[in-house]
Design a protein around this ligand. Structure first.
Ligand code: BG6
Length: 526
């Protein structure tokens, strides 16, 4: 185990372009839904407890349920008590936090709701924000609703003069730039799924851009908010030991894996028309690949980072459908048992799943980048549900040393060096290396393990970071429209090839593999 003496080292706090959460009204659409209840408001509460939320932030829930401010707060209280990170629920703090939470009841379609929202935000409705002297001018709209509502809400906001495009009556200010006193910024945070394919993502972007300028649109990929994912840039570019070997000369392969123990639960309605490639590969896995392989950006400016990620995606060869099929595997879980011997349902038995569905719950895809740094290095992306263990990790496999000395004698038993970036659980970085066995002329692999938990009492939730960044105008951890579009290019080709393939065909020709729920993680290539 690597013994860290971190207290003896200085801390360097980054001046990330002066980004700091700014006072705003935080409006949540779908405020009574699961995401608000489990993630958004608990994250806001944690940010409040941590002193990160601006004191004068106001929060408004916008949803169709017939509630008043008080009842809405009561509902949130339970979510925050169960899901916020804070060890013990502090009543006093909750009172202070919830006194800044309000509720506006409206149908998501009904333009009158948006006109009223505009009145409320402009302070034209007396008595809505009780005991609040000043309403912040900045407004953040958070779309925690199903994707079918994204366009409607954005359009209605634009029509009500709440968008950020001046030509639609909206107002905008550049991120990080202090707004003129009476002119606040307007930002739109959009949850996933962002489109069902490239075409629909493009259409959605065009709709959102009718009311909001691209730089005011924040597309969420919650993986980017995870501390261990953010650490990728720090690990690669704040150290001099990794970067010189981070290329095809030294790296043999890269594995990016996200496995889950849960099945699809009650999300059959959405999942059956999505599948693992759309749900996980198009966003989380491809984003991890970009951060692992991109060139150093010119600076930490968000646009520079987005540009480098786009370059990675542009360098993925335009695979033909047949070659993509040969590089991919798709699978679906069938009835199985978990480690305790409890029976687990098969995918086709889940609610709102077609009984003959060929939707994949497991996908493996090997890509190669046609660029100078990584040409010829296989990047194996794998994700699946209902497996025996849950973990997300990136493993960099380094090449073996030259044959002289040890490799020639040991052959396969001389293990390659690997660097594992463990995203979750047991967040950390592990280096595998060979060492002598004391007292013997023999070699064995060992691991240096760095664990974030050893150096930090807590790891903030992804949503805390993302919400704070959106309030600060820092889009680094969000997805720009062209990134999403480029990622769809790959997934669209794969989906089209699968749609034509016979699910009963051999796996390399697009056939569907069946695996029992609770199966061990498959070997690479199976
Ligand atoms: C979501 C997917 O984006 O990520 C889910 O829609 C998946 O299907 C989830 O379960 C996994 O996230 P995490 O943070 O638990 O790895």
């Amino acid at each position: 185990m690597l013994q860290l003496k971190s207290e003896q080292y200085p801390v360097c706090s980054l001046d990330s372009g002066g980004f700091k959460p700014e006072p705003a009204v935080f409006v949540v659409f779908g405020a009574t839904g699961d995401l608000s209840h489990r993630k958004i408001f608990p994250a806001l509460f944690d940010l409040f407890l941590g002193g990160i939320l601006p004191e004068d932030l106001l929060m408004v829930g916008f949803a169709r349920k017939d509630l008043d401010h008080k009842k809405f707060r009561e509902g949130l209280r339970q979510g925050c008590a169960s899901f916020a990170r804070a060890a013990a629920f502090d009543e006093e703090q909750w009172k202070r936090f919830s006194s800044r939470v309000y509720y506006l009841r409206s149908d998501l379609e009904d333009s009158r709701g948006y006109v009223r929202l505009a009145d409320v935000l402009a302070g034209r409705e007396n008595g809505f924000f009780k005991a609040i002297d000043a309403i912040p001018k900045n407004i953040l709209f958070y779309l925690a609703v199903g994707p079918e509502h994204f366009g409607t809400i954005s359009d209605r906001l634009g029509e009500a003069g709440l968008g950020s495009r001046r030509d639609r009556g909206g107002q905008r200010a550049a991120p990080g730039v202090k707004s003129a006193p009476r002119q606040g910024w307007r930002r739109l945070v959009v949850e996933k799924p962002y489109g069902r394919d490239g075409e629909s993502a493009k259409e959605l972007t065009a709709v959102l851009q009718r009311s909001f300028a691209e730089r005011d649109i924040y597309r969420i990929d919650h993986y980017l908010g995870k501390e261990t994912v953010q650490n990728l840039l720090y690990l690669r570019f704040a150290n001099s030991v990794f970067e010189p070997i981070w290329n095809r000369h030294h790296i043999e392969a890269i594995d990016i894996s996200v496995f889950e123990t849960v099945g699809i639960g009650d999300r059959g309605g959405y999942y059956d028309s999505a599948g693992a490639a759309r749900d996980m590969l198009q966003n989380h896995l491809i984003q991890l690949m970009c951060l692992t392989t991109m060139e150093p950006p010119a600076s930490l400016d968000p646009e520079n980072i987005h540009n480098e990620k786009v370059k990675v995606l542009q360098s993925i060869a335009p695979y033909s459908p047949a070659s993509l099929l040969a590089r991919a595997l798709r699978g679906q879980y069938v009835r199985g048992v978990d480690a305790e011997g409890r029976s687990l349902p098969g995918y086709r038995e889940e609610t709102r799943v077609k009984p003959d569905s060929s939707t994949e719950t497991y996908v493996a895809l090997t890509l190669e980048l046609d660029n100078w740094r990584f040409a010829g290095v296989p990047i194996r992306l794998r994700t699946g549900k209902a497996f025996a263990s849950k973990f997300s990790q990136i493993v960099i496999h380094f090449k073996k040393p030259p044959a002289a000395l040890f490799t020639a004698q040991c052959g396969e038993s001389l293990i390659n060096n690997t660097l594992t970036i463990q995203i979750q659980p047991n967040e950390g970085v592990w280096l595998r290396f060979n060492a002598k066995i004391p007292g013997m002329s023999a070699i064995k692999a060992n691991e240096l393990r760095f664990s974030f938990k050893e150096v930090s009492e807590y790891l903030p939730e992804a949503y805390e970071r993302l919400i704070a960044d959106a309030l600060a105008g820092d889009s680094t951890l969000f997805i720009r429209a062209d990134e999403s579009q480029q990622a769809w290019r790959i997934v669209d080709t794969l989906e089209a090839a699968w749609a034509k393939a016979d699910p009963g065909a051999p796996p390399a020709k697009g056939g569907l593999l069946f695996y029992p729920a609770g199966s061990p993680i498959p070997e690479i290539g199976s």
